[in-house]
Design a protein around this ligand. Structure first.
Ligand SMILES: NC(=O)c1ccc[n+]([C@@H]2O[C@H](COP(=O)([O-])OP(=O)(O)OC[C@H]3O[C@@H](n4cnc5c(N)ncnc54)[C@H](OP(=O)(O)O)[C@@H]3O)[C@@H](O)[C@H]2O)c1
Length: 247
């Protein structure tokens, strides 16, 4: 019982692994053609091969989302191949652990803001030119945006900015029928999540604070992403939808 996205064109950043890969395959299984993007062409090619194996078209477009010239190349590639974009998923993100506030360096600050906020802002602006009435932007945010802690302060601020971008862009593009929403994620078992745990966080203590008592599986973001990307959510825009097992 999943939405039908047959023939839709979906651009996903950070699609080489983790939540981005899961969504890329989920959209393809629902009938969409996919532009698979991350910094690493080879890893994206593997995902593209899996998409072609389910009978959909897949194009690899490498892009460092923090560089606006590369964002332009990504959108140009989508335009040249498909002529339009029905869904943009701003998924690429990094969450480096910040030291104490007074020790945070400019490089960590700039790269965290660049990947999590500067890239999605530019990609949304560029993609909107190729989006028809009914198109959808999905920003992948984090629960850290509303519940920041000292180690997540820079990441949390970037994702809070992404939430603000979601609401503002929904207002700007709503009259054109383009919807903009965010999925505010709790913990999902991806490689970056595992690396972040890195023996410093007690997983049992973490799951004890989650009513569903477990970490999310990457497959579990697909239903919400397909819903937001399809007409099933046609009156939903500017929404921050929490996906965190109830935490
Ligand atoms: N997993 C969680 O528990 C969790 C919780 C809250 C929010 N989130 C959010 O969910 C999203 C996906 O997270 P994930 O756990 O799936 O992460 P992940 O497994 O580390 O994957 C991150 C993806 O982003 C790409 N990427 C990294 N830097 C990039 C850059 N500068 N430009 C373009 N692509 C880049 C990576 O590919 P390359 O290395 O090939 O570029 C990879 O495909 C992120 O926005 C993250 O903040 C995750």
């Amino acid at each position: 019982m999943q939405p039908d996205l047959t023939g839709k064109v979906v651009v996903i950043t950070g699609a080489s692994r983790g939540l981005g890969r899961a969504m890329a395959l989920g959209f393809a299984r629902a009938g969409a053609d996919v532009v698979v993007s991350s910094r690493t062409a080879e890893a994206c090619e593997e995902v593209a091969a899996e998409i072609r194996a389910v009978g959909r078209r897949a194009v690899v477009a490498p892009c460092h989302v923090g560089r606006w010239s590369e964002c332009a190349h990504l959108i140009d590639r989508a335009r040249a191949t498909f002529g339009r974009i029905d869904v943009l998923v701003n998924n690429a993100g990094i969450a480096p652990v910040a030291p104490a506030l007074q020790a945070i360096g400019e490089e960590l600050f700039d790269k965290t803001l660049a990947v999590n906020l500067k890239g999605p802002l530019r990609l949304t602006a560029l993609a909107a030119d190729l989006m028809p009435d009914g198109a959808s932007v999905i920003n992948i945010s984090s629960r850290a945006s509303t519940k920041p802690t000292p180690p997540t302060v820079v990441y949390a601020a970037a994702k809070a900015g992404l939430n603000a971008l979601t609401i503002a862009a929904a207002q700007e593009f709503g009259p054109r029928g383009i919807r903009v929403n965010a999925i505010v994620c709790g913990p999902f078992r991806t490689s970056s999540f595992t690396k972040a745990l890195d023996g410093t966080v007690d997983e049992h203590a973490l799951t004890d604070r989650i009513p569903l008592r477990r970490i999310g599986d990457p497959e579990e973001i697909i239903g919400t992403a397909l819903w937001l990307g399809s007409a099933a959510s046609s009156y939903v825009t500017g929404a921050l939808i929490t996906l965190d097992g109830g935490a």
